[in-house]
Design a protein around this ligand. Structure first.
Ligand SMILES: [Ca+2]
Ligand SMILES: [Ca+2]
Ligand SMILES: [Ca+2]
Length: 154
């Protein structure tokens, strides 16, 4: 911890010319925990068939009073159990797209399927473990500000 902080300070003092090596290089989102649990045959790959089996199972777990909607408390309880709490995404508003404080089954399924497709980087229809790990540069590519052509360089 101390060593890492000292290294960062040194890099900052360098004035940005030296390349700073960020100690955090990759990130995972808590939905990976859920998708990994969908791997019913245990072959370390999550197929679309396994996804479609997993979705109703998670819905049933989340909709504790079986009224066809997830209330904020139901979502929180499900998030605690399945996503390990609300410190990491996905968050309630990722599912509640129309922001009416209720997650319908449709909203739930759409979000989970969308996330599956987002993860499936090679479009193979199945998720491997490596597809859950995002390098920081990939997760949010830095935007390079360039002056438009013809503008004086400052
Ligand atoms: Ca599998
Ligand atoms: Ca409910
Ligand atoms: Ca909603």
């Amino acid at each position: 911890m101390t060593v890492g902080a000292a290294a960062v300070l040194t890099a900052c003092a360098g004035g940005g010319v030296t390349q700073v090596r960020d100690p955090i290089r990759a990130v995972m989102s808590a939905d990976a925990l859920m998708f990994v649990s969908f791997d019913t045959d245990g072959n370390l790959s999550i197929t679309r068939e396994e996804l479609e089996t997993g979705i109703p199972r998670e819905w049933a777990r989340a909709d504790a009073n079986s009224d066809g909607n997830l209330s904020p408390i139901e979502f929180q309880n499900w998030s605690n159990l399945v996503l390990g709490g609300s410190q990491m995404g996905p968050y309630r508003l990722d599912f509640d797209r129309n922001v009416d404080n209720t997650i319908t089954r449709d909203e739930f399924e759409t979000e989970v399927r969308g996330r599956f497709s987002d993860y499936d980087q090679d479009s193979s229809g199945a998720l491997s473990r490596s597809e859950f790990v995002r390098l920081l540069g990939q997760a949010r590519p830095p935007t390079v500000q360039r002056p438009p052509p013809g503008m004086p360089q400052r």
